[in-house]
Design a protein around this ligand. Structure first.
Ligand code: UDP
Length: 311
């Protein structure tokens, strides 16, 4: 296959480039580099099956030659980033998804949307099944991301129904691993960077809010299996192992032997920060025979080693 990966220089996009190349496919990575980084794909520069295009996908995408699959991963994905780039976040979810779907339609390619657990908002159903329609504050600070992704899902289903494009919607829950930006503001890089500097970990609010963290290789496997399936409705891809942010901080401090403890920063918690989040992965398990394989301590240790090498 020849695969277009938008956001290909980002955290998830670059890992997908690696996987598709390893499977023998050709990869075109496209990125405007506002949150992506060429360092994530520098190791691929000599690979003749790999090609990088510096382009903002909110503008028309011209790509010569055949394309068999489009994976649309371009978007800021950290709350700090989408507060900093609110309009770009809305545009890449709306215009970027439209252009990427246009490529899929023109080339007869499959299409996979990187959607998100954020479409469930601050969920009133727990754990979250794909049937749950969510609880999103349209005008809150997180609304730019949540609504962009909700619009993107609607657009994907419209292209599927109206144009017959063979589409997939992957709802990604919190994912971590090497190549996350040290300063991207999300809890995993924040806590690891703080712990390696022997600083207290900044817990926002009271730390009772929960998340369920998935290691990046599990996500890549889920994306690959979903693309190769024939299922057009949304599929949650995440690790159901749920914990409070306080418990998570304690694990990071233990693994890094950080003596500095934690510090509460109540005012840093962004309005609408979901109180709970846990995927129901029955659908992925049934359809794709997929489940996460990497446990939290193992994945965190690999991520800590990575951050130690870049600090
Ligand atoms: N968080 C925290 N300290 C930090 C960064 C984040 O306590 O330094 C909390 C944040 O308030 C949220 C959770 O960790 O409840 C996960 O935040 P993240 O930014 O990683 O992504 P989200 O899951 O909210 O999209």
């Amino acid at each position: 296959m020849r695969v277009l990966i938008t956001g290909g220089a980002g955290f998830l996009g670059s890992h997908l480039c690696d996987r598709f190349l390893a499977e023998g496919h050709q990869v075109v990575a496209m990125d405007n580099l506002i949150t992506g980084n060429v360092a994530n794909i520098a190791h691929l520069s000599g690979n003749r099956n790999f090609h990088f295009v510096h382009h903002d996908v909110t503008n028309y995408i011209y790509l010569a030659g055949p394309v068999d699959a489009v994976l649309h991963f371009a978007s800021p994905a950290s709350p700090i980033d989408y507060l900093k780039f609110p309009i770009q976040t809305l545009k890449v979810g709306a215009l970027g998804t439209h252009n990427a779907l246009g490529v899929a339609l023109a080339k007869g390619a499959k299409f996979l949307l990187a959607s998100t657990s954020e479409i469930y908002g601050d969920p009133l159903e727990h754990p979250q099944r794909e049937e749950y329609v969510g609880n999103v504050d349209t005008i809150g600070p997180r609304g730019v991301y949540d609504e962009a992704k909700r619009y993107a899902e609607a657009l994907v289903m419209a292209y599927h129904r109206a144009h017959g494009v063979d589409t997939r919607i992957m709802r990604i829950f919190n994912t971590y691993g090497p190549r996350m930006r040290l300063a991207d503001g999300r809890v995993v890089p924040n806590f690891i960077a703080q712990s390696l500097r022997q600083e207290p970990l900044t817990v926002y609010g009271d730390g009772a809010q929960t998340r369920s963290f998935q290691y990046v290789s599990d996500l890549v496997e889920g994306a690959y299996r979903l693309l190769m399936s024939d299922f057009n409705e949304p599929v949650n891809i995440g690790n159901p192992h749920e914990m409070t942010i306080l418990q998570f901080a304690q694990v990071v401090n233990e693994l890094t032997q950080n003596p500095a403890g934690i510090i509460y920063k109540a005012q840093e918690r962004i309005k609408g920060d979901p109180q709970t989040r846990q995927p129901d992965i029955t659908r992925a398990h049934t359809l794709l025979n997929w489940e996460p394989k990497v446990d939290l301590r193992e994945g965190l240790q690999r991520t800590i080693d990575h951050f130690r090498s870049v600090l």
